[in-house]
Ligand binder design. Structure first.
Ligand code: NAD
Ligand code: MG
Length: 400
């Protein structure tokens, strides 16, 4: 039977990689629904190519987009806005939701998919950073399946014992000998540069990642290493471990995508070309395997693999992520929101790259967000997110 897939964030980088696999495997997958926010011309072309049953666009574009589809003779239902995304994510016809929207905008639909018991392929790490506990609880309560697309988390997932992979309930990792997780990081485009050089970085330099081709926001996050900070928080929630059980190591070649350290001294690693098609294909076909279309690793052509301890002064965002994780969910919401605002300001040339960490730190230390209890829900989370964005907007204005 074919799996019916909804790709939320279809016009982005993860969307591209996902749709390339789906296009190559029509016998296994049906593209049931798509969403896009910017680049609606591209979304229109994807509609022509994949003929989904439903498509979600921003509220302001709905009439024009529907008209365009109908003029082209395409019978595709158009829905809009956050409600449209949630509608698609919870549609009884949708088997699998690829959560590939960037930032906090992806949280409501991802959470709705969990509550509808869907199989979720999660790229939108911000959903877990903001609402980790709520998301994981929803997955367990509604018997959803959460498979990580982020290459590091997908690598760790693959290196864990099958019992842990397939059990959403209480698993004591120590019984399986899991001692630590090792998240690998490329170090981004400024690994070899001084802090002063980083300070002068243009947007074009900051988004030019040495190994991966990605959307703008995550590329900037990689340059500041906030991406690894967000991934650390993501890993705590996905694998139910405290932050002190997760190490970060810079591995500039991006060949080892992450590792699990066991109590007997074994380190299990997952290796591959730096191509998101591999983790996406893994999650799509799990527990089977399909051809991803990624270039196989040429081991004979590989030169040395390096491992470096991160410099937490230069990459302060990594330190801030640990601080926020220790403080609690209210703090990870604040950090995520401040970072989204600061990154957007950097992309508009309003602040310098190195201001992002400064702004994040100030927001984290100065916003008095209430601690969230176990019954906190999405409204409580979004309330803190809104406060943090307002506060950070002011910090940006002061600097700009
Ligand atoms: P991208 O910017 O290339 O694409 C983002 C997608 O989200 C686009 O389809 C865009 O239209 C949509 N979008 C943006 N703002 C929206 C809004 N307000 N409402 C609804 N939709 C909106 O980003 P990406 O690089 O594909 O990353 C997507 C997610 O995957 C991010 O959370 C990122 O951290 C994560 N991720 C990406 C990669 C990668 O290699 N690109 C790797 C690991 C994890
Ligand atoms: Mg990653």
């Amino acid at each position: 039977m074919t799996q019916r897939i909804a790709v939320l964030g279809a016009t982005g980088s993860i969307g591209d990689s996902t749709l390339a696999i789906l296009a190559a495997q029509p016998q296994h997958y049906e593209v049931y629904a798509l969403s896009g926010y910017h680049r609606l011309d591209k979304l229109f072309t994807l509609c022509q190519q994949f003929l989904p049953k439903r498509v979600s666009v921003p509220m302001a574009a709905v009439d024009e987009f529907a008209q365009r589809l109908s003029t082209a003779g395409l019978d595709i239902e158009v829905v809009a806005g956050e409600a449209g995304l949630i509608d698609i994510a919870t549609d009884t016809q949708t088997d699998t939701v690829v959560a590939a929207i960037v930032g906090a905008a992806g949280l409501p639909s991802t959470l709705a998919a969990a509550r509808a018991g869907k199989r979720i392929l999660l790229a939108n790490k911000e959903a877990l950073v903001m609402a980790g506990q709520v998301m994981i609880d929803a997955v367990k309560t509604h018997n959803a399946t959460l498979l990580p697309l982020d290459s590091e988390h997908n690598a760790i997932f693959q290196c864990l014992p099958l019992e842990i992979q397939q059990d959403n309930t209480q698993i004591h990792r120590s019984e399986y000998g899991v001692r630590k997780l090792w998240l690998t990081a490329s170090g981004g485009p400024f690994l070899q540069h001084s802090f002063e050089k980083m300070q002068q970085a243009s947007v074009a330099e900051a988004v030019k990642h040495p190994n991966w081709s990605m959307g703008q926001k995550i590329s900037v996050d990689s340059a500041t290493m906030m991406n690894k900070g967000l991934e650390l928080i993501e890993a705590c929630h996905l694998f139910d471990l405290s932050e002190n059980k997760i190490n970060v190591v810079i591995h500039p070649q991006s060949i080892i995508h992450s590792m699990v350290e066991y109590s007997d001294g074994s380190f299990l690693a997952q290796l591959g070309s730096p191509d998101m098609k591999t983790p996406i294909a893994h999650a799509l076909s799990y527990p089977n395997r399909i051809d991803s279309g990624a270039q196989p690793l040429d081991l004979y052509a590989l030169s040395g693999l390096e491992f470096i301890e991160p410099d937490l002064q230069k990459f302060a965002c990594l330190r801030l992520a640990r601080q926020a994780m220790q403080a609690g969910t209210h703090a990870t919401i604040v950090l995520n929101a401040a970072n989204e605002v600061a990154v957007a300001a950097f992309l508009k040339n309003q602040i310098r790259l190195t201001d992002i960490a400064r702004i994040n730190e100030q927001a984290l230390n100065e916003i008095q967000a209430p601690s969230l209890n176990a019954t906190a829900d999405i409204e409580d989370i979004l309330a803190i997110d809104t406060i943090a964005r307002g506060y950070t907007d002011k910090l940006v204005l002061e600097l700009a």
